[in-house]
Unconditional design. Structure first.
Length: 493
């Protein structure tokens, strides 16, 4: 039955479509192929998540080789949820990308965009679904190498510098990760994540295992842009083509955080990592600093894509803060914010792509009067901005409410107040855009009302609408995130 092979189809569909897009070379045919592959991938992700929720953990052994000798794909509530995030964003980005890419990427390179997008999607899905630590590294490299190319496709020559910087930093992160995998393999003789989770507790005092833990954590923290290891992110988001920024902001760092969750709560979950090595305090301090530094630096940016990039650093801080609480409520907040932030930031960067297409610039000074000229786009931006702030009836409120709840459960009123205070800083940088777009007159001779094509507006409105819908009715996402958190923490089923 084909349903038995859904886990491998999750990877194969975009992986096989990528070289086909390369061979087609025609922009329209490559786009159509990417569209079909991305929507097929989304269908597989939905089917897998529904199966997990109905039957429990799904295990797929490649080549019928049982773990730990063979590679297994293992899907539970956590990575089933993350698979939905990746494939959903991919399925929405591809229709959006057609007009955006035609404007921002040279015609002779458009087919390369879709080839690399499919490869990146395949790599991210592979990182999420695999149950093998070395196989995770392979998919990490697939996604990273394609990401470097995607960023470099921007017409601005600074995109090449941003891609090169990301290549250097990303290579360091991947190297640290594979060194950590090697050290664990040296100590345990296994690469299977589930097997490592069983073997590591007995070796918790082994210096090699401890060094492996440090390398794994540091390498994935670089990939996730955890403060202060975030230096690659602002330029990458700013100078990449708009469609690339949307996809990366909504998926890449989220998948790296997912991998970090697997290391901390699965591989080292049995050794009380947070307490034994002070990871709890370290992550909490880094997260709180990120929440404030990212938001404060965002206030002073003149390029709105760069502003949103620094905002992402702050939002990653909220996710890490949830994990650092080491409680079911805190981890639930972190996991649900993976989804919530993907919707919000994806919608916001799509709005910037629409503005870049029509106005030719995403600098704040060039956005005067856009509220009247592009009412739909700016309304979507305001809705996304409210979610960043954490206003009720948006997904941002749901995430921050659970973070505050987790802080209060641990008796930390100070951290709860810091969450609220850092959220208020977002008011400043969102209001800067609102003030220019709605309360300043457009330049003389440029008063015609213009909107981006419908093919770009609809995907943007879907993401922004979802960020409101799941803010009003958050039961589904919170139930899945709660189940995943409980399983990670070993509480209930």
């Amino acid at each position: 039955m084909i349903f038995q092979h859904l886990p491998i189809l999750q990877i194969l569909i975009p992986l096989l479509a990528a070289p086909l897009a390369l061979l087609l070379r025609t922009p329209l045919l490559s786009w159509a192929l990417a569209l079909v592959a991305s929507w097929a991938s989304l269908a597989v992700s939905v089917a897998l998540l529904l199966r997990v929720l109905a039957e429990g953990v799904v295990v797929y052994e490649l080549g019928d080789w049982a773990a730990p000798w063979g590679i297994e794909y293992r899907i539970d509530a956590l990575n089933g949820f993350v698979l939905i995030i990746i494939s959903l964003i991919g399925a929405i980005v591809v229709p959006y990308a057609k007009r955006s890419v035609e404007a921002e990427v040279q015609d002779r390179r458009i087919y390369l965009f879709y080839t690399m997008l499919l490869l990146c999607m395949s790599g991210l899905l592979g990182i999420t679904i695999t149950g093998d630590a070395f196989n995770l590294f392979v998919f990490l490299e697939v996604s990273s190498l394609s990401t470097y190319v995607l960023i470099s496709l921007g017409r601005d020559r600074r995109a090449l510098i941003a891609a090169y910087r990301y290549l250097i930093v990303g290579t360091i992160g991947a190297t640290f990760y594979i060194i950590g995998v090697g050290l664990l393999y040296m100590s345990t003789g296994s690469l299977n994540i589930g097997d490592l989770a069983r073997l590591v507790p007995a070796l918790a005092d082994n210096r090699t295992v401890q060094a492996g833990m440090a390398f794994l954590t540091l390498g994935l923290s670089i990939k996730a842009a955890v403060f202060p290891l975030h230096l690659w992110l602002p330029n990458a988001y700013t100078y990449a083509p708009s469609a690339v920024t949307v996809f990366l902001a909504a998926t890449a760092t989220k998948v790296a955080v997912y991998a970090l969750i697997r290391v901390v709560f699965t591989i080292f979950g049995g050794v009380d990592l947070f307490e034994a090595f002070g990871v709890h305090t370290t992550l909490m301090m880094m997260a709180i600093v990120a929440m404030f530094v990212g938001s404060i630096v965002a206030v002073y940016q003149g390029n709105i894509k760069r502003m949103l990039a620094y905002s992402s650093i702050a939002q990653i801080g909220y996710i890490i803060l949830g994990l650092s609480f080491d409680s079911v409520t805190g981890v639930t907040a972190g996991i649900v914010h993976l989804f919530n932030h993907a919707l919000t930031k994806g919608g916001l960067f799509m709005a910037m792509g629409c503005i870049a297409l029509v106005a030719g610039s995403v600098r704040l000074d060039d956005m005067a009067g856009l509220g009247k000229r592009m009412p739909v786009t700016m309304a979507a931006f305001v809705a996304g901005g409210l979610s960043l702030i954490g206003v009720p009836l948006t997904v941002g409120f749901v995430s921050k409410w659970y973070l505050i709840k987790a802080a209060l459960e641990q008796g930390s009123m100070l951290i709860a107040m810091l969450i609220v205070l850092s959220s208020l800083i977002a008011v400043a940088y969102v209001w800067r855009v609102v003030e220019v777009a709605y309360f300043r007159d457009p330049p003389d001779g440029d008063t015609a009302v213009r909107e981006a094509p419908v093919s770009m507006l609809v995907p943007m409105l879907i993401l922004v609408g979802a960020s409101v819908y799941f803010g009003i009715d958050a039961s589904t996402t919170l139930d899945i995130a709660g189940a995943a958190a409980a399983a990670l923490m070993g509480v209930g089923g």
